[in-house]
Design a binder for this molecule. Structure first.
Ligand code: PHE
Length: 350
């Protein structure tokens, strides 16, 4: 009996001294495993006289249970210790600010495109896109620019490879998206197409790359009244001035007939530009009724379908709405400029 008590207390001492799960497992095998101390002791019961066997068996089982409980309890403690150790080692302080601390902003061009898209979405316009590398066919010919017409030169085109209609170029406006959309879809159509455009021109008010938003509607019975209503609704909402005067001035584009340029009223006092009723006018976009030749070029019957189109410069609208004085600063990637004129990703000025 003393033997058993000794064996038990030695085993318990070893268990509570175990510092790893591996040692604990070794102890379990040594004590309770198939060839463990207590398993061997149980085997000796058979040789005892029956009256002693029961009492001795009970004592042994109690001791075995005590050891098994101790192993379990120790395993619990070791597991928690192991987790705590890992937590200590692998801990990352997610509350630390990133270094260097810089909060990004939305570029005014992206923000204004989002604003324009949202306003036209309310009027049922979808969004279309087209390639920045175009061909002569889509950028000019299908848009009713006659061969050798001075308008082709007027655009200061960056020509790439090829000849004739297949000659590739950087698109000079977003109007080729009109052609692509009509070639791929049947009317009625109502979409805007924002994107980059390119002209070989660089001074205070021109950059070789700039952004336009094209607008395009084809349906039955469309007339100039629809065009005027659409443009006026957009401009009043965009500039957030309900009574801003709007003027349609006759103009020329090969792909629209009649064509107009649209001005909004403004005043310049003390070097400050204010959109709204005033003495001055500012040109904001070009527009017109889609030329029947353009419809024919895309296999749309002009006797059945009519439409209007408009195109506006994104940077110009951004400059007017947000009082940004110099166009070239848009593309200088100056962090101070971006911080000042950028917008919070969650909407609104910073
Ligand atoms: N594409 C013309 C430009 O870049 C703008 C425009 C678009 C005019 C649609 C009329 C209709 O100047």
């Amino acid at each position: 009996m003393t033997d058993l008590a000794q064996l038990q207390s030695k085993a318990l001492a070893a268990i509570s001294a175990a510092t790893s799960m591996a040692t604990l497992e070794e102890l379990r095998v040594a004590q309770l495993g198939k060839k463990g101390v207590f398993t061997e002791l149980l085997k000796t019961l058979g040789s005892l006289p029956p009256e002693e066997r029961k009492a001795q068996g009970q004592i042994l089982n109690v001791a075995k249970q005590a050891i098994s409980d101790a192993i379990e309890a120790r395993a619990e403690i070791l597991k928690i210790a192991e987790i705590n150790e890992r937590l200590g080692k692998e801990w990352v302080d997610v509350t630390l600010p990133p270094r260097p601390m810089y909060k990004g902003t939305l570029h005014p061009v992206s923000y204004v495109i989002d604003e324009i898209t949202a306003l036209f979405a309310e009027m049922g316009f979808a969004v279309a896109v087209g390639p920045e590398i175009e061909d002569d066919e889509h950028n000019f010919t299908a848009l009713n620019f006659p061969e050798n017409h001075p308008a082709r030169q007027m655009h200061d085109t960056f020509f790439l490879k090829g000849t004739g209609n297949a000659k590739t170029l950087l698109r000079t406006h977003t109007s080729p998206v009109q052609i692509r959309t009509m070639q791929e879809n049947k009317p009625p159509l109502r979409f805007i197409a924002p994107g980059k455009t390119f002209r070989c021109d660089s001074d205070m008010t021109h950059t070789p790359m700039f952004h336009q938003v094209e607008g395009f509607v084809i349906d039955k019975g469309i007339h100039m009244g629809h065009l005027k209503g659409c443009i006026e609704t957009f401009l009043r909402q965009f500039f957030e001035v309900d009574d801003v005067p709007i003027r349609f001035r006759p103009s020329f584009f090969p792909f629209t007939e009649p064509s107009a340029e649209v001005d909004i009223g403004c005043s310049r006092t003390g070097g400050e530009l204010k959109i709204g009723a005033g003495k001055d006018w500012l040109e904001v976009l070009g527009c017109g009724m889609v030329h029947p030749n353009v419809l024919r070029n895309c296999n749309v019957d002009p006797n059945e379908w009519q439409g209007f189109a408009f195109g506006m410069g994104v940077e110009r609208l951004a400059m007017l709405k947000y009082g940004i004085p110099d166009l070239r600063t848009f593309f200088e990637s100056d962090m101070r400029w971006l911080k000042h004129y950028g917008f919070s990703a969650l909407g609104g000025a910073l």
